[in-house]
Design a protein around this ligand. Structure first.
Ligand code: PFF
Length: 452
């Protein structure tokens, strides 16, 4: 496919909302709030922000830049941009595609639960202030092999249909409609939560610094979160970068997305925890917070079932934008490397993900006893992709940009043909990419695994 006939984002706003749509996801609604709450509150937030600035943002800018410079999928980008004698770089692209399939195999499962919960909230099945009841409802959903699989397949079908429509007519159009709705719903939920009596305690939980909790494992968690949040280290931003317009200011767009994404995370925390504390619930961790505690919390407040449905609609919107971007990684690769039509590439991608996703979807039922390193398939896929493939992919992308691609090309690619000139900023970025970010990620990875 020639680059002139290649699909792409059509406006500055379109680029911004689609990229933000990728960053904003389940990571903001459950990962960020509970990790911040349980890892030291404001002090974790500080480590997370430092990790985002030193590692996350530089990698994000670089990925987008490499994608735009090559106007190709994750694998072909390295093939095109690496010197002739360094073809092995394309393995980074293969790793990205593998990570995308692995992430989607469990991410679409959680998204399936969210979609199911919209209907459960509306039909009144979650109508109880007793977490034992909401726990039973959740248990029934995940322990039933049929419902676990069907909801995952519905999500894959729904997002696959959008991706089949293309980048500008599918992903961009849907992102433009959904992202504003997401912000409105989030603000409405925040106002509801913060005006409840006793809301302050929730803010204290989220924002009181506890520096004694900061250790190597917590820092690894913060870096992992920075990668997961900004959708980096696995070719997603690279693929989206290949659809960026030539005149788009990449560092500025990435910085805006980073701040907007952080804002969504903070708003999500402020919508969830004040309500949790106001009604005397436990700020428990992980999926159980969203699927067990939250329904009981919402049922405790006047007009709760409406707010509960809105909460799950909001979460479904967030998950959708993220899934579209991850799905585009294998789809773009298959279209460009196999010469397949977008429809065929999408269909084969979602079928593969559905297949790989079976053990993850059934990890609370039929495959519950399948364990590797003490983890079931769901946890294992999450662990391998978030804690290994994404950070390692991040290191390799930094090393590629810093040592193989080099400063002159980096300057050229970021200056949009000389119209944007910020040599000092590019120098800082280059030093971060060449030395700081890879070294930091390696140390943190080794430390997190207890190797140093
Ligand atoms: N950034 C998304 C979230 O926070 O939920 C998750 C994600 C999207 C991870 C895209 C990786 C990715 F490539």
């Amino acid at each position: 496919m020639s680059s002139s006939s290649r699909d792409g984002f059509t406006s500055t706003f379109g680029v911004l909302v689609a990229t933000l749509g990728s960053a904003v996801g389940l990571g903001n609604i459950w990962k960020f709030p509970y990790l911040t709450g349980t890892n030291g509150g404001a002090s974790f937030l500080l480590v997370y922000i430092i990790a985002t600035l030193l590692v996350g943002l530089p990698v994000m800018i670089t990925e987008i830049m490499l994608g735009r410079a090559s106007r190709a999928n994750a694998i072909t980008t390295f093939e095109k941009l690496a010197p002739k004698n360094q073809k092995a770089w394309k393995l980074v692209g293969y790793m990205g595609v593998a990570a995308a399939v692995l992430i989607l195999s469990f991410y679409t499962e959680v998204a399936g639960w969210v979609f199911a919960y919209i209907f459960k909230a509306l039909s009144g099945q979650l109508g109880s202030t007793d977490p034992a009841h909401t726990k039973a409802v959740f248990g029934e959903l995940v322990a039933n092999p049929q419902s676990a699989l069907i909801w995952q397949w519905l999500v894959l079908g729904f997002t696959g249909a959008i991706v089949m429509c293309g980048v500008s007519k599918g992903i961009e159009v849907v992102s433009k409609k959904l992202m504003p709705v997401l912000f409105l719903l989030l603000i409405a939920l925040c106002i509801r939560s913060l005006t409840l009596p006793g809301a302050m305690q929730g803010l204290e939980f989220l924002f009181t610094p506890d520096f004694s909790k900061i250790n190597a494992a917590v820092i690894l968690t913060a870096v992992g979160l920075a990668f997961f949040k900004l959708s980096i280290g696995m070719g997603t931003m690279l693929t989206y970068g290949s659809y960026f317009r030539a005149e788009q200011n990449i560092p500025l767009t990435a910085t805006r997305v980073m701040f907007a994404d952080l804002t969504v995370s903070l708003l999500a925390g402020m919508a969830i925890f004040p309500a949790v504390f106001a009604f005397g619930f436990e700020p428990a961790a992980g999926p159980s917070l969203v699927f067990i505690t939250i329904p009981a919390v919402f049922h405790s407040m006047p007009g709760g079932s409406i707010f509960m449905a809105l909460f799950f609609i909001l979460t479904a919107i967030a998950a959708t934008g993220a899934i579209l971007s991850i799905l585009e990684v294998p789809v773009a690769m298959l279209i460009e490397r196999r010469n397949w039509s977008r429809k065929k590439a999408t269909a084969i991608s979602i079928l593969t993900i559905a297949l790989v996703g079976v053990p993850a979807a059934l990890s609370q039922s039929l495959t519950a006893s399948w364990k590797l390193f003490g983890m079931n398939a769901f946890d294992l896929f999450d662990y391998i992709s978030s804690n290994i493939l994404m950070p390692v992919g991040g290191i390799l992308i930094c090393l590629f940009a810093g040592w193989s691609y080099g400063l002159p090309k980096l300057k050229e690619a970021l200056s949009n043909g000389g119209t944007l000139n910020n040599p000092a900023l590019i120098k800082v970025l280059f030093i971060l990419l060449r030395y700081v970010a890879p070294l930091l990620i390696v140390i943190i990875l080794l430390n997190g695994f207890g190797l140093i």
